[in-house]
Design a protein around this ligand. Structure first.
Ligand code: F6P
Length: 357
């Protein structure tokens, strides 16, 4: 009989429950008798020993339910080795909870920071298997993370809804989407929603080029322009600043987000009315789309196979449409960025979409 601990860590997404269900169904199928322990609110539950004993019943009926039945929280990796306010050594505490429950494996569903912590625990001697969660699709080593397609669906829907009203009023619309460091959601939703301009962190923009793109549309007799802008979009000028200088600049920015800042600049330069829409956390909400349900189930089954084979220290990944796994130490700490040379970017440009570069 195996004893499995499980936690969901970092920002939530639509497909966490579907993935846990996949792991549990797979393990029960492969192992028969399995005991599950769910840690509450991510690594916090593992540190402070907050867990619940779960049975297969707890994972029934959750394929379509967004959020996470375990709860989640952000426990920054850089603070993992820093004792908490009561002097608790978090790493030792996690190891001792794992040992106390006599676990055979800890299953971690998480994004970049959570994978770093999973790798650290693996290096500390725990058996760990992880799964690639994030709407940002920015985990190195996997072509696809679960949650991404559901977020793109919602972001695209936001752009679709803006389209009709933008056309009626002849306005410029900015739809600001999630993605501080990477622009995958904005890039995909921008193309899917027919945005005219896409601005992402990896391709710094020149404001004059953005304005030219808007004016070009007006000259072509198109009254409205839609910009899909990632929350981390950055101008060429600001991209030259050091991290510290940029942080200071942001702290003193007159506008609350890049979307509002651009809106003011575009209004001034073109005289056109500009409106900003920010779908925000709705992008992480609701039910997973069928594509996510499929990959969550497949990734979950693959994690169950790894555990069944006692092949630990791995993150399950997708390459193309194939599921496999890579050592945690290979992926931990690396992000998968959009490259200006990616085919998808070049094709978007061929379609006439401006990246403001
Ligand atoms: O990492 C997922 C994500 O949704 C990012 O796209 C976004 O920038 C961030 O989390 C928001 O974090 P929080 O939920 O802590 O505000």
């Amino acid at each position: 009989m195996k004893r499995i601990g499980m936690l969901t860590s970092g920002g939530d997404c639509q497909s966490l429950n579907a993935t846990m269900r996949g792991v549990v169904k797979g393990l029960i199928h492969l192992e028969g008798n399995v005991e599950f322990y769910g840690f509450e609110d991510g690594y916090k539950g593992l540190i402070y020993g907050n867990y619940k004993r779960l049975t297969s019943k707890d994972f029934s009926g959750i394929l379509t339910r967004g959020g996470t039945i375990l709860g989640t929280s952000r426990q920054p990796f850089k603070l993992m080795r820093v004792p908490d306010e009561n002097g608790v050594d978090k790493v030792e505490a996690m190891k001792s909870t794992y040992k106390y429950l006599d676990l055979d494996c800890l299953v971690v569903l998480g994004g970049n920071g959570s994978q770093k912590s999973a790798n650290m625990l693996s290096e500390e001697g725990l058996n760990v298997v992880s799964l690639p969660k994030t709407i940002d699709n920015d985990l190195w080593g996997t072509d696809m993370t679960f949650g991404f397609q559901s977020a793109v669906d919602i972001a695209t829907n936001a752009i679709d809804c803006i389209h009709t009203t933008a056309a009626s009023h002849d306005r410029v619309f900015i739809v600001e989407l999630m993605g501080h460091k990477v622009g995958w959601v904005t890039l995909h939703a921008g193309i899917a929603g027919g945005a005219d301009v896409i601005l992402i962190p990896e391709i710094p923009y020149n404001l004059n080029h953005v304005i030219e793109a808007i004016k070009r549309r007006s000259e072509q007799g198109k009254g409205f322009t839609i910009l899909a802008v990632a929350e981390g979009a950055i101008s060429k000028e600001d991209a030259k600043l050091s991290k510290k200088q940029y942080k200071e600049k942001l702290a003193n920015r007159q506008h609350s987000t890049v979307g509002y800042e651009l809106a003011a600049q575009i209004e001034e330069a073109t005289g056109q009315e500009v409106r900003v829409t920010i779908p925000g956390h709705t992008q992480r909400g609701g039910s997973p789309v069928p594509f996510d349900r499929v990959i969550s189930s497949r990734l979950g089954a693959a994690a169950a196979e790894l555990i069944h084979n006692e092949d630990y220290g791995k993150m399950v990944i997708m390459k193309g449409y194939e599921v496999s796994s890579i050592p945690l130490k290979e992926t931990a700490g690396k992000l998968k960025y959009v490259s200006p040379d990616d085919q998808i970017v070049k094709q978007a440009k061929t379609l006439g979409i401006s990246f403001g570069d």
